[in-house]
Design a protein around this ligand. Structure first.
Ligand code: HEC
Length: 114
């Protein structure tokens, strides 16, 4: 019995530890997730609007690229060299990817339109 309690305690503390590891660090100034590429995103993407525009968005690489192209075509966003663009897109797709967990479950077949 004593051992069981120990195991339970150990499991609990491991769970707490791994939760802490998973918790993402947030940049205090902008609210952006601290990860490789953040400084470049911060320097280029928080000039015209707050980083909230980014933190409230989700998208895969193509979605982010099309938002950037749209800003370049219509909002005066400057062009990036390939390396900078790659760093920005990699940061965005990794940290602001479409969140599968927040999606509602699929409707069952009988609830779909015929
Ligand atoms: C030259 C100014 C400028 C810069 C720099 C800029 N943006 Fe924007 N961005 C805009 C404007 C203007 C809007 C539209 C604001 C509005 O809808 O009122 C916008 C909108 C957005 C949106 C919202 C799009 C939507 O569909 O609602 C996102 C996301 C975004 N920007 C991300 C970025 C990212 C990522 C970067 C860096 C690569 C960036 N922005 C840099 C001007 C800029």
């Amino acid at each position: 019995m004593k051992n069981l309690k120990k195991i339970a305690l150990l499991t609990a503390s491991f769970t707490i530890l791994s939760l802490n590891i998973n918790a993402k660090e947030i940049d205090k100034e902008t609210g952006l997730i601290v990860a490789p590429g953040m400084e470049i995103v911060k320097a280029n993407c928080t000039v015209c609007h707050s980083a909230k525009f980014i933190t409230l968005q989700k998208g895969d690489r193509d979605t982010w690229l099309s938002m950037i192209r749209w800003m370049q075509d219509t909002q005066g966003l400057w062009k990036f060299d390939d390396k900078t663009e790659d760093i920005i897109l990699t940061y965005l797709e990794k940290n602001y990817a479409p969140n599968q967990a927040s999606r509602r479950p699929n409707l069952s077949k009988d609830k779909l339109p015929k």
